[in-house]
Design a protein around this ligand. Structure first.
Ligand SMILES: C[S@@+](CC[C@H](N)C(=O)[O-])C[C@H]1O[C@@H](n2cnc3c(N)ncnc32)[C@H](O)[C@@H]1O
Length: 283
């Protein structure tokens, strides 16, 4: 079968005269020209900011800027909205954990190069409790493709790199001791290593992108919730990136867990991509 020819085609000379007419309009109308130049400049500036704020070192060396006023003034830049927004919300939650004396470790599912772990450790700086900060990752990237991601994305890391990053980039007052577990969340060995390392959990950072991985992470956390009376905080990093994945995984899990674990989920805050919950128990 052949394709129908395009209904409108443009010759080289037709294109040149179109370009010429556009240029003539812009040059003969300084206001239009200024608007055009401003829009182009703004787009380039936003792209540059997005690229900078997606880099771990840039985020960490600009933590001093990360307050509510900076967030409000810059939240149109996707990566600032994400990185600064999630850090400010994490900080509020970690401060609440410290202020209420809630004991327990901090577990992150999906560490990649360690930025989430470092942000969490900064949020707990000054905490006197001896908590562990446990990061779990395959260090081989995503196990499968999804609506948005490709299998293997985020494989540009290693357990050694995350060790180096957390050791060198955590702040001088960060007291959490970092433990890393290498493996797939569905591996029995990961479950055994986690239960050997961690007896109680205060906060879980779910940052593994996929719905299937989030379901496996929730299954690993479930034993820690049996007969629990104290709250626990669930921080979902990828809630809004692909709403058909992480929200479905959590809400499906929640519909069963409400009855079996006698718990309730309270939404605390969200950004474009993240959503954070406090889980309480009715015992
Ligand atoms: C978005 S990255 C984590 C980003 C990191 N937390 C940060 O703040 O920069 C997602 C990570 O989850 C890991 N991951 C996803 N599904 C996994 C699974 N089922 N088992 C082990 N690791 C998994 C990937 O290897 C990847 O490193």
């Amino acid at each position: 079968m052949t394709c129908a020819p395009p209904s409108e085609s443009i010759s080289k000379s037709g294109f040149a005269s179109l370009l010429f007419r556009k240029l003539k309009t812009l040059l003969s109308n300084p206001r239009t020209l200024m608007r055009y130049v401003n829009a182009k400049y703004e787009a380039l500036y936003q792209a540059r900011l997005n690229s900078l704020w997606s880099q771990q070192d840039y985020v960490l060396s600009n933590m001093g800027l990360c307050d509510k006023a900076f967030y409000e003034a810059n939240k149109s830049v996707t990566e600032i909205e994400h990185q600064v927004g999630r850090y400010l919300n994490m900080k509020n939650i970690c401060e609440e954990i410290v202020a209420t004396g809630l004991e327990g470790d901090v577990v992150e599912f999906g560490t990649w190069q360690g930025l989430g772990l470092i942000l969490l450790s900064r949020c707990f700086s000054g905490d006197r409790t001896r908590r562990k900060l446990i990061g779990i990752d395959s260090f081989e990237g995503l196990p499968e493709s999804s609506t948005v991601w490709r299998k293997g994305t985020f494989s540009n890391t290693s357990i050694e790199e995350v060790k180096r990053n957390t050791e060198s980039k955590m702040g001088p007052n960060d007291r959490l001791s970092v433990e890393l577990i290498k493996g797939w969340f569905s591996d029995r060995a990961v479950e055994e290593e986690l239960s050997a390392l961690c007896k109680e959990i205060a906060l879980v950072h779910f940052d593994a992108d996929l719905g299937s991985s989030t379901t496996q992470a929730l299954a690993l956390i479930q034993p820690y919730l049996i007969n629990r009376t104290k709250p626990v905080y669930f921080l979902f990093d990828d809630w809004g990136c692909h709403p058909d994945e992480v929200p479905d995984a959590f809400l499906n899990w929640l519909s069963g867990a409400r009855a079996t674990l006698s718990l309730q989920a309270h939404k605390l805050c969200s950004t474009r991509f993240t959503r954070y919950y406090k889980i309480t128990f009715n015992h």
